[in-house]
Design a protein around this ligand. Structure first.
Ligand code: UD1
Ligand code: CA
Length: 448
């Protein structure tokens, strides 16, 4: 049977104490709501509907075209939130998977099992439960003497006996669409003044229809986020989940508790990640790389067998067997071809370094096109900015740049040329020429 997901994301999230809507707080660098959207798409194969209210504009902006939106003007409870989807889903005859945007750890397999439970349930609703965890304000699953479910009671309304129950409502439901809308209209206002979605369980039971449950596989999946403390707990759980995934796929982690890998990252087999390493954004890393310790990589494409030690890389491309660090910084647009060696304290921005080029110590390379087999001496600087605009430096193959050379752009150094230590090069240098001094001028090559 076809399933459509409805994601509840209209609540204020008061306990986050934040200007930012709760569902947009980042978890491993990604706004919370994205996790439920992605999971929902995988489970149902359909574009989900998201109920928005508090901070609606920002949520719409964050999700864009990915989903359908339903507005809940006033946040009158989870039952009221679901009822807002009636118009949009009136003609839909399959099952509706209702989840909350504040539960990012629910796995595809778990929700698929819930959908499957409902697919074979003769009754109109199945729900996800968790046991053996701290209550954290969960609704209690109430069963009769035969063990059948009769109701869900919210913690605030529970009697002492009900409070003692340790089977909890996770807040994920799979419901027959043809039954749902009429049932929601029967829900009465709670003493708190809200319409509780959980009341549909009792409504089904009163109609003599069975309610089924499916339990989460790992209790951690039921971790909902209401406070920033919960957010940190979820972050730790997600980090463990991601790192475990990579270790099972052939990545070595010396100390996984000190490795942070965002969900958009891809790595190939036989990489080794040392502690205190952060790999973020849409980074891709080829096979056999050794990364860290103390490294931050964001949105980079890295080839195979690279070695990156204690460095910071952002929006850069590294081909194969590049060696760098410690203390290198690659900024946007840096592209290092295969076998480039970059030693300590180098910065590269918007530049290409050709195959086998070496840049051992203390250099800044910006807006440069550097061919292969170039030696960039210690302390070399491309003076690329004149206070108004950026200018390009071109260095051809096999050039030897002496230590402490200032390359005043725009400037071109011809193939096989040499600059002397301390040269300030403000004019183009012909191929094979040797220039020295301030400003640099050609001298005869000393025959050796
Ligand atoms: C809910 C359940 C509780 C369950 C718990 C699991 C109800 C009445 N209770 O309680 O049984 O154990 O989840 O975490 O459903 N929302 C709206 N519009 C509203 C109110 C809420 O969109 O008017 C959204 C919130 O943004 C949130 C979700 O619904 O994503 C759940 O709401 P929340 O207030 O957090 O419910 P809980 O008190 O956690
Ligand atoms: Ca909640």
């Amino acid at each position: 049977m076809e399933t459509i997901a409805l994601i509840l994301a209209a609540g204020q999230g008061t306990r986050m104490k934040s200007q930012l809507p709760k569902v947009l707080h980042p978890l491993m660098g990604v706004p919370l709501v994205h996790y439920s959207v992605e999971t929902a798409v995988k489970v149902t194969g359909n574009q989900p509907y998201v109920v928005i209210g508090h901070g609606a504009e920002q949520v719409v902006q964050a999700l864009g075209e990915e989903v359908h939106f339903i507005t809940q003007e006033q946040q009158l409870g989870t039952g009221h939130a679901v009822l807002q989807a009636e118009q949009a889903l009136m003609k839909f005859e399959g099952q509706v998977l209702v989840i909350s945007a504040d539960m990012p750890l629910l796995r595809v397999e778990t929700l698929a099992a819930l959908v499957q439970t409902q697919a074979v349930n003769p009754g109109p609703v199945s729900l996800l439960t968790v046991s053996g965890v701290e209550s954290r304000g969960f609704g209690r699953i109430i069963r009769n003497e035969q063990g059948s479910i009769t109701a869900i009671v919210e913690e605030a309304q529970a009697t002492l006996r009900e409070l003692a129950v340790q089977e909890y409502n996770v807040g994920a439901y799979c419901i027959n669409a043809r039954w749902l809308w009429a049932a929601l209209k029967k829900v009465k206002k709670s003493p708190k003044g809200e319409y509780y979605l959980t009341d549909i369980v009792q409504i089904a039971v009163e109609e003599g229809l069975p309610v089924q449950v499916s339990a989460v596989a790992e209790p951690v999946e039921a971790l909902g986020i209401n406070t920033r403390q919960h957010l940190a707990e979820a972050e730790a759980a997600m980090r463990t989940r991601i790192n475990t995934h990579w270790m099972l796929n052939g990545v070595t982690m010396i100390d996984p508790s000190r490795v942070y890998i965002e969900p958009g990252v891809k790595m190939e087999q036989d990489c080794t990640i040392w502690p205190d390493t952060y790999i973020k954004g849409k980074t891709e890393i080829g096979t056999g790389c050794e990364i860290g310790p103390n490294t931050i990589i964001e949105s980079c494409k890295i080839g195979k067998d690279c070695r990156i030690l204690a460095s910071v890389l952002e929006s850069a491309v590294l081909e194969d067997q590049v060696e760098m660090g410690p203390f290198c910084r690659l900024r946007k647009g840096a592209h290092l071809a295969s076998h480039v060696h970059m030693g300590n304290f180098g910065e590269v921005k918007d530049s290409y370094l050709g195959e086998g080029t070496k840049m051992g110590h203390f250099s800044y390379i910006g807006n440069a096109q550097i061919a292969g087999d170039v030696n960039i001496g210690a302390g070399t600087i491309t003076c690329n900015y004149d206070g108004v605009s950026k200018h390009t430096t071109i260095i051809e193959e096999g050039v030897f740049i002496g230590s402490d050379t200032m390359l005043v752009a725009p400037v071109k150094i011809g193939k096989g040329a040499t600059t002397g230590a301390g040269a300030v090069v403000n004019r183009d240098v012909a191929p094979g020429e040797v220039v020295v001094g301030v400003p640099a001028r050609p001298i005869k090559k000393v025959k050796s």
